[in-house]
Design a protein. Sequence first.
Length: 323
Amino acid sequence: MSWPEGIQARPIDKGDVEAWAELVAAKESVDQNGENFGPEDLTEELEHPNLDLARDTIGLWSGDRMIGYGIVYGKSAVVDVDRVNTDGAIHPEWRRQGLGTTLMRWLIQRAGEVHTATHPDSPGLVGTGVSDTNAGANQMLRNLGFEEERYFFDMRRPLDQPVPDAPVPDGLKLRSYDTSYEEALRQAHYEAFSDHWGWSPPTPEAWRARSIGSRNFRGQQSYYVLDGDTIAAYVNAFEWDADTEVTGVRELYIGQVGTRRAYRGRGLARAALAKVLAKAAEAGYQRAALGVDADNPTGALGLYEGLGFVTHKKFISYQLPLG
């Protein structure tokens, strides 16, 4: 890949997280995606078990300043299509110079290599997501042949509003997370998400890194509906200190919500989420937030709207067939 004169490209490592955090902050100040990450969060990202830093990451540098980054995320398993997801950004001061297009071409090339190496017998797609208000990024992706595939809503709810009553059915109980439920939670999550768009089962290590193993996971604020020892429904909650520092708002992020198939239609996710919201308000959180697939087959959008969440921002998921 040919980069403009004066731009150096190399893999990202943990020694780069301070510069990377500065780039992410500059990006957020313009794009306003609601994504604030500190060096510790980015270090955790680089520790993801499926990530090959030498081949799946790239940092673009002008002197000692990181002015762009890209990451490719391969899948450990495929259900129908091998979706190789990507993430990346160019510093606002360096946009409209063709760097974004060159970076995206690098991501497409690397995604193709990952697909060929891991799941060559399945159809392959490279995927990426951007805010619908980022006109430049949307146009760039269309110019490269990407097509809109899915829409996601970022939703928020202030916690000074009363929480609707949502009782747990007789015979079931609510409780917060503790480590004894780790494996039961993983199994419940795999079952609950098995019919969701784009789902493929991660390795247990990858699942843990994105959920209870994250430094941002808040077990005391995560609640589950139990049927004996079975987790029937669950809500996993997270908090980003860097986000609070930037916004001045203490926000609890609802990262995962699910109900096992046999327990659907009984209001269990609603009961767990109502408990999370009430306990978050008691703990001093000012706002709750989450992301939802607009076409979620389990009716999640209606569930969240019924509990007072409103759409704050829309994101578009794009796809491009791989070779």
